[in-house]
Design a binder for this molecule. Structure first.
Ligand code: ADP
Ligand code: MG
Length: 450
């Protein structure tokens, strides 16, 4: 289907509705006028009839035609016939013609011939002295009214044409004006590109219906911008984090290749390269996992997860390390949530590995499970130095990590653990917090209870 512009449509509606309204009004007026004319005409006919009857009843037969002739002569629109009931006409004006119409006594009769309307009125009477019963018939030619009505119709047609033109112009103008905000929005929208998500649709001084659209589009742009910023921050971070290890790898390798060396040296270099590559590979898969958790709208699976059971399983896993470090592990309480078991295990594992890494020899790690209203809190408390104020507000952001006291050497993590843990909490409809309780650090994972 061809697209008709909004302006053209509105203009057409304006023209059509004004023509319809004016035409209707004109027709109503015309029919009122016609009814009014008919009323007046029959009133005049009845008056004339009274005169004619009086003349017929009071004039002798010899003078009657002259008298009636004079009467008709003064009324060019009127014709008259006086006829005996038994047939012969006593008087008939020259133009008298009923066009074969059956005019019954005392009944308003209208007919039209070639667009001219005639009105007839007939009464019974009798001649002077009551000797002869007669029928008097008056026929009125309404040519004057018809003429007037035709002139009225012509005027009306011209008026409607002019009015249609004017309302069309007005409709076009107001439609153009009305759609101006839409066109300014379209113009703004054309300026939006991936690198220019800053522009916003104009919302001031714009009619409500369009302002809604503008607000909706602005909301969409906000979301797009946020997602786009996140995406570009993500790739920037990734590139930034990869640059140093790649440079190190390259330099080390070039140094080793710089001159012939003993086989032992090559082996050592390769081993250190593999370690570095493994670290990078881990970081890349953590980044991918984080991106997946942050962008997925639903959990991969959803089942009842017994948190105490998961913590115990993790304790089994970390037992050897904890024993090495002489760190004691304990869990209190019980709680169940609805969630993805693997994700929950990964979140708890990240908190536990951090705790173990930051707890000094002989320290304690306590996990406690607590139900608070319709959510479950998992506290992971560990002894050890506090998180420095410099990084505290950012601990849950990716790549936030610090070599501070209490951290064991040789373990260089990427700083993605807490970011992943928070993303998992958020994906479950929960959140994560950190606080300092006396000499202990407490991470609290809050999740909706099952
Ligand atoms: N239990 C804790 N005690 C003290 N500092 C912690 C603890 N957990 C995390 N941190 C600090 O938060 C930083 C970010 O943690 P995380 O995101 O797991 O990264 P990573 O473990 O790779 O360093 C760590 O580098 C550390 O400085
Ligand atoms: Mg960690």
């Amino acid at each position: 289907m061809r697209k008709v512009s909004l302006t053209a449509r509105l203009t057409a509606y304006f023209v059509l509705s004004s023509v319809a309204v004016l035409l209707g009004l004109g027709l109503v007026l015309a029919s009122a006028m016609e009814a009014h004319f008919a009323e007046e005409d029959f009133a005049a006919l009845s008056q004339d009839m009274t005169i004619v009857r009086h003349t017929v009843e009071s004039t002798d037969a010899a003078r009657l035609p002259t008298q009636l002739g004079e009467f008709v002569a003064m009324r060019p629109h009127l014709d008259l016939e006086v006829r005996r009931v038994d047939g012969a006409a006593l008087y008939r004006s020259a133009g008298f013609d009923t066009h074969g119409q059956d005019i019954r006594p005392d009944t308003r009769t209208n007919w039209s011939v070639d667009g001219t309307v005639y009105r007839g009125w007939r009464e019974n009477a009798s001649t002077l002295g009551g000797t002869t019963p007669v029928t008097i018939t008056l026929v009125m030619n309404t040519f004057i009214h018809t003429h007037f009505l035709h002139a009225y119709q012509r005027t009306l047609a011209v008026y409607i044409a002019i009015a249609a033109l004017l309302t069309g112009l007005f409709g076009w103008w107001s439609a153009r004006r009305g759609t101006l905000p839409l066109r300014s929005i379209a113009a703004k929208a054309r300026e939006v590109t991936a690198s220019n998500l800053h522009g916003r649709m104009p919302v001031d001084g714009i009619p409500g219906e369009v302002a809604d659209l503008a607000h909706t589009l602005n909301g969409m742009l906000d979301r797009l911008k946020r997602d786009f910023d996140r995406l570009s921050a993500f790739s920037t971070d990734l590139a930034h984090e990869m640059r140093t290890p790649i440079t190190n790898l390259m330099t080390n390798t070039e140094v080793v290749l710089g001159k012939p060396r003993a086989e032992e040296v090559y082996r050592e270099a390769l081993v250190s390269n593999v370690e570095e590559l493994q670290r990078m590979s881990r970081m890349v898969s953590d980044m991918l996992y984080l991106a997946k958790v942050e962008n997925e709208l639903t959990l991969p699976t959803r089942e009842k997860v017994d948190l105490a059971g998961e913590v115990s399983a993790l304790f089994d896993f970390y037992d050897a390390v904890a024993e090495d470090e002489q760190v004691a592990l304990s869990v209190h309480g019980a709680a169940t949530i609805d969630g993805d078991r693997l994700m929950i295990r990964r979140a708890l594992g990240n908190l536990l590995s951090n705790a173990i890494r930051h707890t000094p020899e002989g320290g304690h790690i306590d996990v406690s499970l607590e139900r608070l209203g319709d959510s479950v809190a998992v506290h992971v408390d560990n002894d050890g130095a506090p998180i420095p104020d410099a990084i505290l507000p950012h601990v849950f952001e990716r790549f936030t990590r610090l070599d501070h006291e209490g951290r064991r050497p040789g373990q260089d993590n990427a700083g993605l653990g807490l970011a992943i843990t928070r993303a998992i909490a958020v994906a479950h409809g929960g959140d994560i917090f950190v606080a300092r309780h006396g000499e202990r650090t407490r991470f609290t994972l809050s999740l909706p209870a099952a």
